[in-house]
Design a binder for this molecule. Structure first.
Ligand code: NAP
Length: 471
């Protein structure tokens, strides 16, 4: 699936509309502009000379009074900007403005409805600002940063999980209406925290759904502009490969098929550094970035079932995205720490607890690649909101030796009991776990501007465990 969003501007040659077109092109959008006569260069020639026009601007012959002419123009667009309306200080004939305004708007909306466009922006009277300023505010603050997010509906699959709960919290905070899928909405011990999030009572609906049950997913994704698919079991070790492979593979297929059925055009998928790191043939000097994949054969050989599941499910989601015409953005976080919202400790935060609760006498001599859950959630949302987002993003803030993590924890929380002895846990650990030393997080820094610093991440993790009585 090609990257970048597609927008239609109705009445593209007008004063305001020309600025919308210019700024959309500048941001990398593909633009369909409707004009009444594409061959009239006196009227519309300026559009053809805009920077970035290249292959990205197509002009469509359309009149807002002619429904049929609008349909091909809006087809395949993520958003339609409806600006077309005659403007004059006064109109002698009321129909000269009422007809295009009212019938025109109805035609545009009906064309959007036919072509399943989920988002239409229109404008009113803006006062005395310059048009360039208005459009910058409109596009940067309003459209791109989700000021109108209350018009947006997002579904989070596996909403009660550690990462997903933060995605839900941040979506609600931005004004989105959220559909969260959980396996049992009545289980308040597991999901009660979601119901208490600010904005939840007005804008969060929980749907009973299992990723292994296609039919349960369909109503949850219905009407959503974007689906965040995070659900996958996480554990340090899976004895039964199917315990992770089945939900990862069948679950991802079911989510994508439900999206396809309900015409959802964008999916943000939670993959993992696990889908990137495990390749015994890779040189230890290689910098880990988005070009790296775990080797499925090696995963099978060494029974690395979680890594295999993340690798294969990421490939599957991209393949189905291409097949179904769904734009898929993939976030690959490494070891995720940070404050928990749910009431029970999850696998990755559990690592910190095991380093502090006296359950271990030794620690492994390996690097842990770390990232804060709040940054991971931001990256997911930016993966939807940023019109230029595409492909996979390696989501890593820093890489620290376990010894260094213990030292930082000791400095901040000396009252706990830490393992003293450093040792490796066998050849496999030494050979394959020690590889996050060299990495590049350049691509993800285009989605989130900076990472929460390492020490704050650790301190906030522990503070949240203390607050919930888990440490
Ligand atoms: P988590 O707290 O254990 O959450 C896992 C989620 O998956 C839960 O919401 C769980 O639902 C859901 N799930 C599992 N099987 C399911 C099924 N059959 N149907 C519906 N939901 C199911 O884990 P997390 O750390 O937030 O991980 C979330 C995602 O991030 C996973 O895809 C994981 O691979 C990825 N990831 C995590 C890390 C990390 O360090 N935490 C790093 C990289 C990638 P229930 O609430 O119903 O159990």
């Amino acid at each position: 699936m090609e990257g970048g969003r597609r927008a239609c501007v109705i009445g593209a040659g007008g004063f305001i509309a020309s600025w919308i077109v210019a700024k959309l092109l500048d941001r990398g959008y593909k633009v369909h502009g409707t004009v009444r006569d594409p061959d009239d260069d006196e009227k519309n020639g300026h559009l053809k000379k805009l920077p970035g026009v290249g292959e990205r601007l197509s002009l469509f012959r359309a009149d807002v009074l002619d429904y049929e002419s609008l349909v091909p123009a809006v087809r395949g667009c993520d958003v339609v900007f409806h600006t077309a309306c005659p403007v004059a200080p006064n109109f002698e004939d009321p129909d000269a403005v009422l007809k295009p305004a009212v019938d025109g708007t109805r035609n545009v909306m009906e064309a959007c409805h036919k072509e399943n466009i989920k988002r239409v922006e229109t404008h009113n009277h803006y006062g005395h600002y310059t048009i360039s300023t208005i459009m910058t505010i409109f596009l940067e603050r309003v459209y791109c940063r989700g000021f109108f997010a209350s018009m947006e509906r997002a579904c989070v699959i596996g909403a009660g999980g550690f990462i997903a709960s933060w995605i839900v919290a941040k979506l609600l905070d931005r004004g989105y209406t959220v559909h969260g899928t959980v396996r049992d909405p009545d289980d308040d011990e597991k999901y009660g925290h979601l119901k208490k999030l600010p904005g939840a009572s007005e804008r969060l609906s929980l749907f009973r759904a299992d990723v292994l049950d296609y039919d349960s997913l369909v109503p949850a994704v219905r009407g959503c502009h974007v689906v965040f698919h995070t659900a996958c079991p996480v554990a340090h070790k899976f004895e039964d490969p199917d315990a992770v492979l089945k939900p990862a593979m069948d679950g991802t297929r079911n989510v994508m098929e439900a999206c396809h059925k309900e015409n959802v055009k964008r999916v943000v998928f939670t993959s993992s550094g696990a889908a990137m790191i495990f390749d015994p043939n890779r040189s230890r000097d290689q910098i880990i970035d988005e070009s790296c994949w775990s080797d499925p054969e090696a995963c099978r050989k060494y029974q690395q079932w979680y890594r295999l599941a993340k690798t294969e499910s990421e490939k599957l989601v991209s393949k189905l995205g291409d097949e179904f015409g769904i734009h898929v953005v993939v976030i690959c976080p490494v070891w995720v720490l940070g404050p928990i919202l749910q009431s029970k400790i999850n696998a990755s935060v559990g690592l910190v607890a095991t380093l502090m609760n006296g359950s271990k006498t030794s620690y492994p001599n390996i690097y842990f690649a770390l990232v804060d859950v709040r940054d991971v959630a931001e990256a997911h949302i930016a993966g939807y909101e940023d019109p230029n987002a595409s492909g996979r993003y390696f989501c890593i803030a820093c890489s620290k030796l376990c010894k260094e993590m213990i030292e930082t924890l000791k400095e901040n929380f000396p009252q706990y009991s830490y393992p003293e002895k450093c040792e490796t846990e066998g050849d496999l650990f030494e050979k394959f776990m020690n590889l996050f030393e060299k990495f590049s997080n350049k691509k993800i820094l285009s989605l989130i501007k900076e990472f929460i610093p390492y020490e704050k991440m650790l301190v906030d993790t522990v503070a949240s465990l203390q607050e919930k009585g888990l440490l």
